[in-house]
Design a protein around this ligand. Structure first.
Ligand code: KG4
Length: 335
């Protein structure tokens, strides 16, 4: 079979990214233009600024991805683009740029769901990984357990009913003064801390595979406020270590319930929060204890990038998924 080259384009939040991937598995280029520093002073992503920055960066980012890969648009088999979920103005920049490329080159356009892209990041790190398996998707906007029956055939077994895991990190990080983006800063702050010093509640949901993070967050806020009222400060290292250990325990507990329910013992982690060292340690422990096969993408492929979009786009492409020039951004795209 001939090699298939996919150009992936990602602009759903605050990274403008483009990548060329061969056969869904081999990264030939991976270019990311991050706006994180710009949004830092506002304590979070400002949608209007994000859209404008994507407009400024997209053309050079795509050109660099093609040249780093030693390719031109002519060599590409299809253009895969994230069309949701995400910020509408940000998504529109990538979608319209991709449509323009396809209009001038006649190449097929492949629409990609950003969350399915996160799952595909694992294919770039583990050449032998194949469905079926189960995935815990933990990102800035979503938390879900997904049964991956085949590359393009997936079922959601559980999802968050309120906040995403990433929000539980980012919002509490902001309150304790760590700033944006909170996840990586909290991860660093908790290294070496006492993981049992602060206690948090375990949320109950009617479907035992659904998640809820609002109670854990309120719990954390109460601990911080009670401490202030007593005229003391929380111990930042112990507090963040305890909080992250609790979240890791909660996520792993749910995945273990899903393992029991499905009998699937191959687990992939995906999404920005899967970069968290407390979560990785907890899953490593489960692997040693229960003999589960655990996979997580390398750190730079956990957070938003276009290589994962190109990988997912490859499987959609060979599955026959195509979009026309009427493709629109879908900010609340369902899984
Ligand atoms: O997957 P992602 O890049 O964007 C979405 O598609 O949502 O995830 C971003 C999220 C943010 O909430 C960020 O704080 C979190 O991933 N994150 C982390 C770590 N690195 C990134 N959370 C915890 N620990 C980390 N090391």
């Amino acid at each position: 079979m001939e090699d298939v080259l996919i150009l992936g384009i990602e602009s759903s939040c605050d990274e403008t990214a483009a990548s060329v991937v061969m056969n869904g598995r081999e990264i030939l280029s991976n270019v990311i233009s991050s706006q994180a520093d710009l949004h830092m002073e506002y304590g979070g992503v400002v949608p209007e600024i994000a859209s404008r920055m994507h407009v400024d960066a997209i053309s050079q980012t795509v050109s660099k991805a093609l040249s780093d890969a030693g390719t031109s648009l002519d060599d590409i088999d299809a253009v895969a683009v994230t069309y949701g979920p995400g910020l509408v103005g940000a998504l529109l920049v990538g979608v319209n740029f991709a449509k323009g490329l396809c209009a001038v080159s006649g190449k097929p356009l492949v629409p990609v769901n950003h969350l399915r892209g996160h799952i595909a990041a694992n294919y770039l790190c583990f050449p032998d990984l194949e469905p079926p398996y189960m995935t815990l998707v933990v990102s800035g906007g979503n938390t879900m357990i997904v049964k991956v029956n085949d590359y393009c055939d997936m079922e959601v077994l559980g999802r968050t009913l309120d906040d995403a895991a990433g929000e539980a990190f980012d919002k509490i990080a902001r309150v304790i003064g760590l700033g944006y983006p909170g996840g990586p800063k909290m991860d660093k702050a908790g290294q070496g801390g006492d993981t049992a010093r602060y206690q948090f509640s375990v949320p109950k949901t009617s479907n035992s595979l659904d998640f809820s993070f609002s109670g854990i967050k309120t719990n954390a806020l109460n601990i911080i406020n009670e401490s202030k009222m007593k005229g003391t400060e929380i111990d930042l290292c112990d507090f963040t270590a305890s909080y992250q250990t609790h979240i890791a325990e909660y996520l792993a507990g749910h995945v273990m319930k899903a393992v029991e329910a499905t009998g699937i013992r191959k687990i992939c982690l995906a999404g920005g929060v899967s970069a968290n060292s407390f979560i990785r340690k907890r899953f490593d422990m489960e692997s040693t204890r229960s003999g589960l096969e655990i996979y997580y993408p390398r750190l730079d492929l956990c957070t938003d990038n276009a290589a994962m979009i190109a990988s997912c786009g490859y499987y959609e492409y060979i599955n026959g998924t195509r979009a026309g020039s009427d493709l629109n951004a879908v900010p609340s795209l369902q899984f």
